[in-house]
Design a protein. Sequence first.
Length: 319
Amino acid sequence: MSVLNRFILFLLLISVNAFSQKDQKPSFQVVPLGVKGGIDEKNLSAYLLAPINTKDYICLDAGTVNAGIEKAIENNVFKVSTSEVLRKYIKGYLISHAHLDHVSGLIINSPADSSKTVYATSKCMEMMENHYFNDQTWANFGDAGVGFPLKKYHFQTLNISEETSITNTTMTVKAFPLSHVNPFESTAFLIKNGENYALYLGDTGADTVEKSDKLKSLWTAVAPLVKNKQLKGIFIEVSFPNEQPDQFLFGHLTPNYLMKELHDLEDLAGKDSLKGFKIIITHLKPPTKNIVKIKEQIKSQNDLGLKIIYPEQGKKFEL
């Protein structure tokens, strides 16, 4: 091999190594404020997501807020007061659906919060305006809906599949519909920052159980991002172990259905495209013995080489 060819090969190796190192750098930081799917009102679905090395967080669902911030402060994730995290670090809320275990923290903490935007699809926003922020169940802290709007929150309706800027951040969001006890809708949020993405799914049933194609449509949309390694992780629920009968899933997933759906995603993105890919398991429902069983079943069925993450309340991780 000539000296010139060796030099060219050397440069190629440096380039490949540099690209590989760049590809491995985290793009997002996550602080779970709540991770469970029921019973424990101090630990319900809510995840802070921000571009790496920033404090510009969006809150993905808001079942638990204050208690989760306090837990994060105990774990030295935040060095400021609970109030400062709530008022200054959280730039807005993305609400997947209006079930109480996904919105109660937003409602209860609204008097102490600062002005910011609440994002949701039209059906979800309509439910929050009519049933929660309605001057009867709770004061209307929004700028729309019934009663007397206090205009602390800006209620912004998301159009399906339309990219929307998230105010006071560098991120954008695109909403996709999910079936959660069909015909009730939940939402998946595709968050973009620069060329990097994270995908958060609210509660969802499997397409086969819900007699829907919503997850297939979502996987079709994100498969190119998986293939190009731009999608850094997927937050997806698993609420019950495999023993739960289909008629009692109530729009949720089991390990069997999780893996079936992720195999469908791999079919679209390419063989081995999910090897080492980060899957963040959300909405685990107590009792503890069920949670243990779910984890064992996911481990035994993980034939895609997925990197499974079980978030813990108040403990930061990166994507």
